[in-house]
Design a protein. Structure first.
Length: 248
């Protein structure tokens, strides 16, 4: 992936603190007096990363629709993981393998939030289809708040084939859907597990659902019928984490 601009105080702070060797330069708005922005500039200088002061309109252009808060950084992302890396990642995690599969998430903010939750939960890998889904864009990276650099994101050519490979490797697959009587609190998430969530509007595709070992829902006694996919991801990931932690 080519270099891209990281925008805003928290994303730039995360890059400098966790992946400074990939930060090529930092641009600070001229006349910026925010103490956190000034601290970031000093941190970058201490790391021998070039810091330049530029007019606000130049930062506005680089940030696009995002709010830059007076600071942006030019960042060289690490290479994305490939389909062939999945087996090695699962071998590394063994019985603790926890895979998140997102079947057609198209909103970059949703994907970014899912990556943030996945990184927080110690997910082995996040799998997305190459087609009909958003990739690792600068907006996704910003929304992930550093999660995009902490959990492998693997874009696969054939999601159904990948699910079959997971099953062959001994991974139990649970998909989330609202039209089932099974609750996520009644599913055993211990051992090698994959959790599948569908797109924002249509949910899982038919073949994806058919390849799941279990289909479960998040119980919602309130008046809302569904959750945002990134919220649902956080709920089910941390239910799995709760069960797995209790088993240790």
């Amino acid at each position: 992936m080519s270099e891209s601009w990281i925008v805003g105080i928290n994303p730039v702070e995360g890059a400098l603190s966790n992946d400074a060797e990939r930060v090529r330069e930092v641009l600070v708005e001229q006349g910026q007096r925010n103490a956190r922005v000034q601290a970031l500039a000093e941190q970058a200088k201490a790391l021998k990363i070039p810091v330049h002061h530029r007019p606000r309109d130049q930062l506005d252009k680089l940030a696009g629709e995002a709010r830059h808060q007076g600071v942006v950084a030019l960042y060289e992302p690490p290479p994305m993981a490939h389909e062939g890396d999945l087996a090695k990642l699962m071998e590394r995690d063994g019985a603790n393998t926890l895979v998140l599969v997102l079947d057609g998430v198209t909103d970059p903010h949703n994907l970014g939030a899912c990556l943030r939750s996945a990184a927080a939960a110690g997910v082995t890998a996040v799998i997305v289809p190459k087609d009909r889904a958003v990739g690792l864009t600068p907006v996704v990276r910003r929304a992930s708040a550093g999660g995009a650099d902490r959990v492998p994101l693997i874009a696969v050519t054939n999601l159904a084939r990948t699910l079959r490979e997971l099953k062959d490797a001994g991974v139990w697959i649970t998909g989330l859907a609202g039209d089932t009587d099974t609750s996520i609190y009644g599913v055993d998430f211990k051992g090698p597990v994959a959790l599948v969530l569908g797109s924002e509007g249509e949910g899982m595709r038919r073949l994806t659902r058919e390849l799941c070992d279990f289909v479960a829902k998040i119980p919602m006694p309130g008046t809302m019928e569904s959750l945002n996919v990134s919220v649902a991801t956080g709920v089910v990931l941390f239910e799995a984490l709760r069960q797995r932690s209790a088993n240790r």
